[in-house]
Design a protein around this ligand. Structure first.
Ligand code: ARG
Ligand code: GLU
Length: 722
């Protein structure tokens, strides 16, 4: 009796205190239905309408898609936007020159006149969203073939989008959710005049570099500032000097109150993609084949890059961004494999599949619909895996920071095509020549031939060893016949004979390009190398991959619907698809591994501890060291230091970079920029013990703007909550 009563009391109190929701990326429009009570139990003080409403200004009006793959947020009533340094990197680099090296020294506009214009950069606001599933599926029947089904859906989608933005300047986006079981329409407003306001030096904005990337404890000041401009009516407009700062419907107050263990946090942004509902076969494919092979080839890429970069300061700068790109996913894949293994993820999925199958088989209707699903998956993944490997590996060679000379040569294919066309489009030719010539200039600015040569030989050999012979393009026959299988000899010849090894030669080729030059191009060994992989991709890999992907999409649609029936009391969140989502959780340290427990915050102390002039990633700017020495921390001081970053249990992924991190009052306490390495498998399976998002503490941002940059005038336009 007594025992039972005690158990009940414990159970109830566990339930109350364990009101914990870390996993999930939720749809803002549906918070009211599924989440708000739990959020409030965790401490959140606002309502669902405060976050998302179509009838009045709300938090969503202060969140934007920054550029094409990041999130940003409004922090003043004059269009001031904060995002990550790594999200504004392209713009900071664009404005940098030897004379004005903003990457190295930082940039701070001391007035609005000094802000820098960024051609092509946009920010996108969500005006409203709507569940349009019924309309999208109108006319669709179970008897239809997949092709018929698709064509009805596409037709419906086009009509819905068109009607949604009729007579407005808005843009419509319509996306499938839950693997084509549900559809949402998004009506967006895009602003095109977005100017650079400020960025810290890379030694702060990228502090720790790739050494610390994906890692906690972290000390990166990963932010940059921009301003949205509009026309006099506050409407989006192309750049004009007459444009004025945009007046947003909402901006986030910035809180100096800080965070402590257990505090409610919410991330409001645009997570890119996750794969939470895939079968165990998908995890097997990634952990046993795709990830190990790609990790291996990138380990080699990085080994070559690092060696050349360490030997030559010029090469270090030339290959900094390339190295970072290669390293970022490489490190994430390693973490993903470790995390999935530690979680025993494949066995967990298999156990789930077993009980799923049992549930299916006792019911005739279910059995008819879903009985073969898992077997079909199994069969499909067996074939799909090889094609996926060949496709990914090909990209590693000719697209994703692979053989640079081949990619450059390949970009001339489009020019040849224009010349071969029946009616020659002189205008298009002139334009493409200009584009190619510009690209060539940028290419050679950051090009080191000996590195590329070594990379080429390594990549060709690795490809041959790791990808089945059916997928070896004909260039390997050339290597075998003409060079007796000696890749290095072949590579020597490519780099001796190609027109793509020096800028003048290439300039001449572009300027004199005509029908005759097509022959030269088509004989160029770098071009031939590129085309042999591209041909193989087109004829053998792509067609199959496309068909597999269609089959997978159909299985995913059925499996998703079936899982939702199987676990009918569970509230499901849809996989990330770069639409606006809310994640919520708590500030929380974590146990990283045996004997190691990590605190939830880092401070300026840690930056000083890491300081090392001999290690590029850890060079702390003098000015910051001075502020530290003088303890000149102003109102950002906490216990004799300044907070820098913190971790929490919000479920995030790529695309969430730059997302606002809010406290219980809906005030900005941080800017999301990364995840901790032990938890990056959260794209496939979330583990509340280990998954943490990493945020920049907003007080470090304000400290840097105010004390480090002396741009305190920017604080005047913010709403600072003390
Ligand atoms: N890991 C973060 C994100 O996935 C930061 C990336 C910045 N790039 C880097 N290589 N450090 O995108
Ligand atoms: N740095 C990532 C981004 O650029 C966010 C980190 C993550 O994958 O969670 O979006």
């Amino acid at each position: 009796m007594y025992k039972k009563a005690l158990f009940l009391v414990i159970a109830i109190s566990l339930f109350l205190t364990k009101a914990r929701a870390d996993e999930g990326m939720w749809i803002p429009m549906l918070l009211k239905k599924y989440n708000i009570e739990e959020m409030q139990r965790l401490g959140f003080k606002l309502t669902a309408e405060d976050i998302y409403s179509v009838n009045r200004a709300c938090l969503k009006d202060a969140v934007v898609i920054f550029g094409r793959g990041c999130t940003g947020e409004l922090i003043s009533d004059q269009g001031l936007v904060i995002t990550n340094h790594h999200c504004g990197y392209g713009q900071i680099q664009y404005h940098s020159s030897v004379k004005h090296d903003y990457l190295t020294n930082g940039f701070w506009a001391m007035s609005q006149e000094e802000e820098l214009v960024n051609p092509g950069l946009t920010v996108t606001f969500l005006k409203r969203m709507e569940d349009v599933t019924t309309q999208v599926l109108e006319g669709v029947t179970d008897q239809m073939s997949l092709k018929e089904r698709d064509s009805v859906i596409v037709k419906n989608m086009t009509a819905i989008k068109k009607a949604a933005i009729k007579d407005t300047h808005y843009k419509a986006v319509l996306k499938p959710f839950f693997h084509n079981n549900q559809y949402f329409l998004f009506v967006n407003e895009v602003f095109k005049d977005v100017r650079l306001v400020g960025a810290p030096p890379s030694a702060i904005g990228k502090f720790g570099g790739d050494t610390d990337n994906w890692m906690w404890p972290r000390h990166t000041g990963d932010f940059s500032l921009f301003r949205i401009y509009a026309d006099k009516e506050n409407q989006p407009a192309e750049y004009s000097k007459d444009n004025v700062p945009y007046k947003p419907a909402m901006h986030f107050p910035v809180s100096l109150k800080g965070v402590k263990e257990g505090d409610f946090t919410m991330v409001f942004g645009y997570p890119g993609s996750t794969y939470e509902y895939v079968p165990s076969y998908h995890l097997e494919m990634l952990t046993e084949t795709i990830n190990p092979k790609l990790i291996d080839v990138r380990t080699e890429k990085l080994r070559i890059m690092n060696r050349y970069q360490e030997a030559d300061a010029k090469v270090r700068i030339q290959y900094a961004a390339k190295n970072a790109r290669v390293s970022n996913s490489w490190k994430r894949w390693i973490g993903e494999n470790k995390g999935l293994a530690k979680l025993n993820a494949i066995n967990k999925k298999k156990a789930f599949e077993q009980s799923f199958q049992q549930w299916v088989e006792v019911n005739n209707d279910l059995n008819k619909k879903y009985g073969d699903l898992l077997a079909d998956y199994k069969k499909l993944y067996q074939e799909y895996t090889t094609y996926r490997l060949a496709g990914d590996y090909t990209s590693e060679l000719i697209y994703r920071n692979g053989i640079e000379i081949a990619k450059l040569a390949g970009s001339f294919d489009a020019l040849a095509e224009l010349y071969k066309a029946e009616t020659k489009d002189e205008k298009a030719i002139a334009k493409l020549k200009e584009t190619l010539s510009k690209a060539a200039k940028l290419y050679f600015k950051d090009y080191h031939l000996p590195l590329d040569k070594e990379m080429t030989a390594m990549l060709l050999d690795r490809y041959r060893q790791n990808v089945p012979a059916d997928f070896h393009p004909n260039i390997y026959q050339t290597i075998d016949k003409k060079y007796k299988g000696n890749t290095e000899k072949y590579v020597d010849a490519v780099f001796k004979k190609s027109n793509f090894i020096n800028q003048q030669q290439l300039e001449a080729l572009i300027n004199n390009f005509n029908e005759k030059q097509i022959k030269i191009l088509e004989k160029d060994p770098a071009f031939l190398l590129f085309m042999s992989f591209k041909e193989l991709y087109k004829t053998t890999i792509y067609k199959q991959l496309k068909s597999f992907n269609q089959q997978l999409a159909e299985l995913n649609r059925l499996y998703m619907a079936a899982q939702m029936k199987f676990e009918k009391d569970k509230v499901f969140y849809p996989d990330a698809n770069f639409t606006l989502r809310v994640s919520y959780g708590q500030v929380k340290g974590y146990k990283a591994r045996d004997g190691v427990f990590y605190d939830n915050v880092t401070t300026l102390e840690g930056i000083i501890e890491k300081d090392n002039p001999d290690i590029y990633d850890y060079r702390v700017p003098e000015k910051l060291k001075e502020l530290y020495k003088k303890k000149d921390f102003g109102r950002y001081e906490v216990n004799g230091s300044v907070p820098v970053c913190f971790v929490a249990t919000n479920h995030t992924t790529g695309g969430n970079s730059g997302s606002p991190v809010l406290n219980a009052e809906g005030h900005l306490i941080g800017v999301n920029f990364d995840r901790a390495w032990e938890g990056v498998m959260s794209d496939l399976m979330y583990n509340p013990e280990q998954c943490r998002n990493i945020s920049l503490d907003i007080r470090y941002v304000l400290f840097l703007i105010d004390k480090f940059a002396g741009a305190g005038y920017l604080l005047d336009e913010m709403t600072v909550v003390e």
